[in-house]
Each structure stands twice: as C-alpha cells, then as structure tokens.
Design a protein around this ligand. Structure first.
Ligand code: NDP
Length: 309
C-alpha cells in the first residue's frame, strides 16, 4: 500500500493567501496593516534563518514587520526592555521572541513579559491556560498548523485514537490538547513510555514530535494510520541516507551535492509503505508553522482593533 502525502506546502500557501486577501482588504479601506515584531538575540544561524523567513513571509502578505536584534551577550534586563517597548507600540500586534535565547537570558521571564494579547507564539502561561480551558487565545503555531492540516484534509478526528510522541510545551502537549478538543482519544508518549512501539501501533493518528532521526520505524505504524511527522533532523552521511530513503535518488543526490538532507522522526520508507496518509519532511508541518504565525498576527490585530473599538 502506498500512502498519500498530506501536502503542507500547498495548504500553507492556501492559508497565507487567505491572510493576504484579508490584509489587502484592510489596507484598501485605509487601515494600517497588522504588524509583527521578531526579537532575535545572538548569532544562532538557525534562528537567523527562521526569523528571516518569518519577516519575508510578512512582507509577501502585506503585513508590517520588524526585526529587533540584540547581541549574544545581552542581559535579561535588556531583552525585557525590548519586549516592554514592543508591548507599548500600537502598530505592533504580534511579538515573537526567537528561541533559544542565550543561556544568561532568563527565557521564562522574557516569555512571560510578552503581553498575552500580542503573544502570537502562544507561549505565555495565560494563553497556555486558555488553550487547556478551551477559551479564546493564541495557540502555538506548529500545533495549530497540524490541526488545520488535518481539518483541511478531512482526516476524521472525533473518536479517533491519537498517539502523540513528545510532550514539549511547544509541540507535544498543545497538539495533544487540540486533538482532545476535537474529541480524539489521546495518548501522550515520551522517553520513558514502556512499549512505545506497541502504544504507537494503536494509533489511527500518529504524531511524532521527538527530534530523533527516523526513530519510529515499520513496527510503530498501524497499517492505514495517518502519520504526522513534526521532526526536523539533518542527515549528512550517504550510507545513512540510503538506509532511510531506500532508492530515493533525489535525496541521495542532495547529500552528495549539498552535504545533507532532512529527515523527520519517522522512517520515510515505513511511512510510505504503512500509512494511509502522511506529512513529508520537508514540506509537511514546517510550512504550516509560518502560515499560522501570519494567521495569528492577523487575529491579534483583529482582537486588538475589536478591543479598542
Ligand atoms: P523537545 O526536545 O522539546 O521534546 C522532545 C520530546 O520527545 C520530549 O518530550 C522527549 O521525552 C521525547 N523523546 C525524546 N526521545 C524519545 C524516545 N527515545 N522515545 C520517546 N520519546 C522521546 O522537542 P520539540 O517538541 O521542540 O521538537 C520535536 C521535533 O520537532 C524536533 O525535531 C524539532 O526540530 C521539530 N520541530 C519542528 C517544527 C516545525 O515547524 N516543523 C516546529 C517545532 C519543532 P521526555 O519529555 O521524556 O524527555
């Protein structure tokens, strides 16, 4: 059985087009565009790439955006001052603090300083509480994107057995909460789960958010399950790539020519052979994360405009 791909890239583009259309309507009516500020502390190359793509996405959809940078030796107080400044500015609807922060900066204090009304990443305890209590608030972008993908691809959730591997605050826990909200029967697994393969095999919907290359293999997937692979892991070894991707020549060529390719937390050949539907890596969950950040920024604008009307 060959599984069908859930095309996160296409659905991410669809969501972005919907946001762009609403923003165009706002600006055509003479209103200011929604605005997002990204706070980047230090020189982490991956963080720079992520912030760059978020700022570019804003520009392409007509949103206002700005990047506020501080050096890698910035203190907690300096970063808190940046956040306080952005909280106070009317044209900034959403604030994202790119993680990880350098070790000397108190991440918890910084995330809690972001106004819950501008917390488009959904990391503030107030928004975490709102999510758990089924109240309106901001939902973290990756989990929100996963649910949007499942909804738009008409994957039945009510009554489905969902297994989420990973219990992070950013992915695992909020995804499990959202699936529960949709009336799935949810099990959360982690590094100390006994018989992980056996639990995973019970899943109609299997979500992998672990951060370990191809950890979930054939024996973890029930035939016909829907598999959502959140993991992003880099593979640089050609023999390893051959083991993971079988005869997928394009992937092997990537390793030969560019030095690496990406793999998720699920063995690709296992997903292709056993799942009925699956998200590829890359091109699955990743594009939805950015799309939901744009959607959350528009929502923050609308709520703030509503609150001040
Ligand atoms: P974390 O490291 O915060 O959490 C990983 C989770 O996996 C933990 O709960 C851990 O368990 C669990 N885990 C680790 N090893 C095992 C194991 N051997 N068996 C079972 N469970 C295990 O990662 P994140 O949630 O932040 O990210 C997960 C992955 O998703 C990463 O690859 C990351 O790059 C990717 N990601 C992708 C995004 C996207 O846009 N596509 C966005 C965010 C993340 P325990 O709690 O017991 O330690």
């Amino acid at each position: 059985m060959a599984g069908q791909m859930l095309d996160g890239k296409a659905i991410g583009s669809q969501i972005q087009a919907e946001v762009a259309e609403k923003v165009a309507r706002l600006t055509a009516a003479g209103r200011r565009p929604p605005g997002l500020a990204a706070v980047l502390v230090g020189e982490n190359p991956a963080s720079r790439v992520y912030v760059g793509s978020k700022v570019r996405a804003c520009a392409s959809l007509g949103l206002y955006s700005e990047r506020v940078e501080r050096p890698s030796d910035a203190t907690t107080e300096e970063v808190l001052a940046v956040v306080a400044g952005l909280n106070a500015r009317d044209e900034v609807d959403g604030i994202l603090v790119q993680l990880p922060l350098p070790p000397q900066v108190d991440e918890k204090a910084v995330l809690e300083a972001v106004s819950p009304a501008k917390d488009v990443d959904g990391f503030h305890p107030v928004n975490v509480g709102n999510l758990v209590l089924d109240r309106p608030g901001f939902v973290p972008c990756t989990p929100a994107g996963i649910l949007e993908l499942l909804r738009r691809c008409s994957v039945p959730l009510q009554g489905a057995r969902a297994v989420v591997v990973g219990r992070s605050h950013i992915v695992g826990k909020p995804v499990a909460t959202l699936l529960l909200r949709e009336h799935a029967t949810v099990t959360i697994c982690h590094s100390r789960t006994a018989d992980l393969a056996g639990v995973c095999r019970e899943a109609d919907i299997l979500v992998a958010a672990i951060g370990k290359a191809a950890l979930l293999t054939h024996e973890f997937i029930r035939p016909g399950a829907v598999v959502v692979d959140v993991g992003i892991n880099r593979v640089t070894d050609l023999e390893e790539a051959r083991r993971l991707f079988g005869g997928d020549e394009a992937r092997l060529a990537q390793v030969r020519e560019k030095g690496s390719t990406l793999v998720g937390d699920v063995l690709p050949t296992a997903m292709w052979e056993k799942a009925s539907r699956y998200t590829p890596v890359p091109g699955g969950v990743g594009p939805l994360t950015i799309a939901m950040l744009m959607a959350n920024t528009l929502a923050a604008y609308e709520r703030r405009a509503g609150a001040s009307a």
